[in-house]
Ligand binder design. Structure first.
Ligand code: ARG
Length: 290
């Protein structure tokens, strides 16, 4: 039986005042299928309230008018409980202005900023690819984050980093096929990864909860755990039995407007309390799949 997660109690969210589909950078997006602004705000607010009801805290940042994907706050940067933040260096140019605002926010809120690159120079890193789990920072790479960024994270922060290569265009961030549930359990969707990374994933997660295709593509792994509540965009009956059996209260919310941009509950929330000091190793260490 796993212990409760040490993180996931404090989040940054971006109010969706300018959420549109202006460009297509993942297979879920279509400029012909625009979100409804009123419904978008209602769904976002139900998520903010659910986090507070579960005993979590939410900081709210205003959205830039020129950055329609900024609502997916998970990608603004990787923040730690001891006050560090690794700013994202977005793969696609239309998202790069988000980092200007994120840098100011993290600095004003007391986080010491680092970055893997800027304006297309240096390796790309998107923080929707990174989670503390077990003895390491688990980082997905391939579609968005580059392997070079993992080396940067390991050495700059003196942490153990374990990479997983994502090999599925519909699972372009690690937060789509991977969701830590407690210290030993995580929801996982192995077909998102190449063969060597599936082997590594099985080593990293002692108690995997393997998702079906239908569950994975309903954004099931894009869920968050706040204290003993798991807030999910969808949950099949058999999964609900598994999760309640672990002592969790399951809350399911409709975030469908945000699925039009290719993200759901995890993507909309950036945890500000990753316990990175617990995975410190002098000089850093990078483990990549064979
Ligand atoms: N349209 C956004 C993109 O493609 C969606 C980001 C989803 N966020 C996430 N953490 N998976 O970048």
């Amino acid at each position: 039986m796993g212990q409760s997660l040490e993180w996931g109690r404090r989040y940054l969210m971006v109010r969706p005042d300018h959420f549109r589909i202006d460009y297509v950078i993942n297979p879920y997006m279509s400029t012909h299928d625009q979100p409804d602004p009123a419904l978008t705000l209602k769904q976002w607010d139900s998520l903010r309230q659910a986090i507070i009801d579960a005993g979590g805290e939410v900081e709210v940042l205003a959205q830039r008018g020129d950055s329609p994907d900024m609502v997916y706050a998970m990608n603004l940067g990787l923040a730690t409980a001891d006050g560090r933040a690794m700013l994202s260096h977005m793969r696609f140019e239309p998202r790069r202005k988000e980092s200007l605002t994120a840098a100011v926010w993290f600095t004003e809120h007391g986080f010491a900023l680092s970055r893997t690159g800027t304006d297309g120079v240096g390796p790309h890193f998107e923080s929707g690819d990174a989670f503390v789990f077990g003895d390491s920072l688990v980082v997905g790479y391939g579609p968005r984050t580059e392997a070079e960024a993992l080396k940067h994270l390991a050495t700059e922060w003196n942490v153990r980093v374990r990479g997983l290569r994502i090999a599925h265009e519909g699972m372009y961030h690690l937060d789509l096929p991977f969701c830590p549930v407690d210290s030993t359990h995580a929801m996982v969707y192995p077909p998102a990864f190449d063969t060597a990374s599936q082997v590594e994933l099985a080593r990293i997660v002692p108690d995997p909860i393997v998702l079906t295709d239908d569950e994975a593509f309903a954004f099931t792994a894009n869920s968050i755990v706040v204290n003993d509540t798991i807030i999910m965009p969808s949950c099949s009956p058999r999964l609900e039995t598994v999760l309640t059996g672990l002592g969790l209260t399951v809350v399911v919310l409709d975030l469908a407007e945000f699925h039009k941009g290719g993200g759901s509950i995890r993507c909309l929330t950036n945890p500000l309390d990753f316990p990175v000091s617990a995975i410190t190793t002098p000089g850093g260490e990078l483990v990549l799949p064979a």
